[in-house]
Ligand binder design. Structure first.
Ligand code: NAD
Ligand code: WQD
Length: 336
C-alpha cells in the first residue's frame, strides 16, 4: 500500500515509516514540522533505505490533504499529526481543540472526497476516565477526563465512529497507545522534545547525558509496590509494528485496540534500569505528586493480539538500551 503519514516526521511517525517500508509498503509524509525537523526525515529515509517524500504543510488544510492523496495515489492514511502535551493543553485548550479536531476532520473529509477508505488513528491511554491496571477497551471513556488533550482524542474517536456509521466503506483502526519509549536500535532517530521533557524516559536520558541535573520523582506514596507510579512502557518499534498489523487487518467499521505490553514498570524501576545501562547512579529526589497523575496505567493487550495478531516483543530493558544509545549519540537531539 501507499500510505500517507500525517505527522510522520515526529517520534512515532519516523519509526513507523521505517517499519512500513520494511514490510513492503510505500510511505509519504505530510508534516508542518512544528514539532519535528527535516533532519529526522532525512535520517529515517537513510534507515529505510529509500527516500521518504515529505510534503511540508498543515494536516488541517483539507485541500492540501486531498491534493496529496490524489497526486501521491494514496491507499491509506495513518493520522499521527497532533499536539500532545496534557499540561500544555490545560494552558491552551482552544489551540489543542482547534489543531487536533480540525486536523482529524480535514483528513476524514479529504479521504471521503478522494475515495481513500483506510485510516489508522493515533489515540491514547489518556482517553480512559479511570486510569488503572489492565485497562480493557470497554472501560468507561468519555468527556469527563483530566485534560483537553485527552478529551480531544476521545472526541476524535467519536467523530471517526460517526463517520464510519455514515459511510460504511470506511475502514478504521483506533490505536490507544500507552507510554511509547525507546528508539530505533541504530540510535540515529529517537524522541527529541524541544523543551524540558515532561515525560519520564526522555528526562532520564537527559539526566544520563548531564543535560539535566537530577530526576524529580513525582511522589513515592502511591498505592503501588514501591510507592511510585506504574506505567506500561512500550518500545516505539513494537508500537510501529502495531500500526502495520492494524493497517493490514483493516475491515469496514472501526476497530479500537490498546497498544501496550500489559507489563507495569514503576518510576524507581525505570530509574534503576537506566542506571544499569548508563553505568552510574543517576541523581534523583522525591517531590510531591504531579497533579492529574494516577498510581497505575497499564493495558490489557489481549484484544490487539486477537484482532490484529500483534503483541509487543521487546522488553523494557531493550527500550532503555536503545533510548540511551540515541541520547548518547545525540545529546542535543536533531539540533546537535
Ligand atoms: P510528535 O510531536 O513527535 O509527532 C507529531 C508530529 O505531528 C510532529 O512531527 C509535528 O510536527 C506534526 N504536527 C503537529 N501538528 C501538525 C499539523 N497541524 N499539521 C501537520 N503536522 C503536524 O509526537 P509523537 O509522540 O510522535 O505522537 C504521534 C501521535 O501519537 C500523536 O497523535 C500523539 O497524540 C499520539 N500519542 C503519543 C504518545 C506519546 O507519549 N508520545 C502517547 C499516546 C498518543
Ligand atoms: C510516567 C511516570 C510520573 C516525569 C503521558 C501522557 C499520556 C501519554 C503518555 C500522550 C508517572 C513519573 C514523570 C518526571 C516522574 N501521552 N514522572 N518524573 O503521565 O503516564 O503519560 O505520556 O498521549 O497522555 O499523560 O507519562 O512519562 O509523564 O510519566 O516521576 O520527571 O513517571 O509521575 O508516574 P504519563 P510520563
Amino acid at each position: 500500500m501507499r500510505v500517507l503519514l500525517t505527522g510522520g516526521a515526529g517520534y512515532i511517525g519516523t519509526h513507523t515509516a521505517i517499519v512500513l517500508t520494511e514490510h513492503g509498503h510505500e510511505v509519504v509524509i505530510l508534516d508542518d514540522l512544528s514539532n519535528s525537523s527535516e533532519e529526522a526525515v532525512r535520517r529515517a529515509s537513510h534507515l529505510a533505505g529509500t527516500e521518504l517524500p515529505l510534503v511540508v504543510g498543515d494536516s488541517a488544510d483539507r485541500q492540501l490533504v486531498a491534493r496529496t492523496l490524489r497526486e501521491q495515489r494514496i491507499d491509506a492514511v495513518i493520522h499521527f499529526a497532533s499536539l500532545k502535551s496534557p499540561n500544555q493543553s490545560i494552558a491552551h485548550p482552544l489551540t489543542y481543540y482547534r489543531v487536533n479536531l480540525d486536523s482529524a476532520i480535514a483528513v476524514l473529509e479529504a479521504m471521503s472526497e478522494t475515495g481513500v477508505a483506510r485510516l489508522v488513528f493515533s489515540s491514547s491511554a489518556a482517553v480512559y476516565e479511570q486510569p488503572g491496571a489492565m485497562l480493557r477497551e470497554d472501560a468507561p471513556n468519555g468527556l469527563a477526563l483530566g485534560h483537553p488533550y485527552g478529551r480531544s482524542k476521545a472526541m476524535i474517536e467519536s467523530i471517526i465512529t460517526d463517520a464510519a456509521t455514515a459511510d460504511p466503506v470506511l475502514q478504521a483502526a483506533v490505536l490507544r497507545y500507552f507510554n511509547p519509549v525507546g528508539a530505533h536500535s541504530s540510535g540515529d532517530i529517537g524522541e527529541d522534545p524541544h523543551d524540558i521533557p515532561n515525560n519520564l524516559m526522555p528526562y532520564l536520558g537527559q539526566v544520563g547525558t548531564g543535560e539535566r541535573e537530577q530526576l524529580q520523582i513525582y511522589g513515592d506514596d502511591y498505592d503501588t509496590p514501591d510507592g511510585t507510579g506504574v506505567r506500561d512502557y512500550i518500545h516505539v518499534v513494537d508500537l510501529a509494528e502495531g500500526h502495520v498489523a492494524a493497517l493490514e487487518a483493516l475491515e469496514p467499521g472501526v476497530l479500537t485496540v490498546n497498544l501496550g505490553t500489559g507489563q507495569g514498570t514503576s518510576v524507581l524501576e525505570a530509574l534503576h534500569a537506566f542506571e544499569r545501562v548508563v553505568g552510574r547512579v543517576l541523581p534523583h529526589r522525591i517531590v510531591p505528586r504531579r497533579e492529574g497523575d494516577s498510581a497505575y496505567a497499564t493495558a490489557d493487550p489481549t484484544l490487539a493480539h486477537e484482532r490484529i495478531g500483534w503483541r509487543a516483543r521487546r522488553t523494557f530493558t531493550d527500550a532503555v538500551a536503545d533510548q540511551w544509545r540515541w541520547h548518547q549519540a545525540n545529546p542535543r537531539g536533531y539540533r546537535g
